[in-house]
Design a protein around this ligand. Structure first.
Ligand code: ATP
Length: 161
């Protein structure tokens, strides 16, 4: 595990992603893209301090201007201070940890609830479940997640980013 001092010395950021059960990631990176509530937030070394709410989505991290690694976060909070990006989330997974079948089933369940549109459905809850499932599928497949078989062709969804 890299220390904060080592990350500083190398001119990068220390990215930490922490959930109640575990530290999912602690790594030195050049750049982080956070799925903030109002859109993606790009963070590089020297960024001003901030606290931002996160939506369920894909967090990208890695080298500047080149392909980045992905991970799913269920929403939460990000804090940036002194080249340290700390993400606190209820749940977060690396692509290799994601059970695709479970995410597809969660997506189908949420979509079925939203299609029903009756008064018993907690729409906000179903929408958040759908976004978490989509984030997991996108962390595995990228933006093409919808082409991977779980989705009705041409369907538009509230969770599209
Ligand atoms: P589900 O309905 O399948 O439980 P969920 O979105 O309600 O999905 P969360 O409440 O976000 O699940 O997560 C509960 C725990 O299960 C967390 O530890 C999370 O990392 C893990 N988890 C949820 N879905 C998956 C998945 N598809 N693959 C791996 N881990 C998952």
């Amino acid at each position: 595990m890299v220390t904060k001092a080592e990350a500083d010395a190398a001119g990068g950021l220390l990215l930490e992603v922490i959930t109640p059960g575990r530290t999912v990631l602690r790594q030195r990176v050049e750049s982080v893209l956070l799925p903030a509530l109002d859109g993606y937030l790009g963070i590089m070394s020297g960024h001003a301090p901030l606290v931002a709410g996160l939506a369920p989505g894909v967090l990208l991290y890695g080298p500047k201007g080149r392909e980045k690694a992905r991970m799913a976060v269920s929403g939460g909070l990000a804090e940036v201070a002194e080249n340290h990006v700390r993400v606190l989330a209820d749940a977060a997974e690396l692509p290799e940890e994601i059970d695709v079948g479970r995410a597809r089933a969660a997506l189908e369940r949420a979509e079925e609830r939203l299609r029903r549109w009756d008064w018993q459905v907690d729409v906000a809850r179903a929408e958040m479940a759908m976004r978490r499932a989509l984030a997991r599928l996108r962390a595995v497949y990228g933006k093409e997640a919808r082409d991977e078989g779980a989705f009705a062709p041409g369907e538009r969804h509230l969770g599209e980013q």
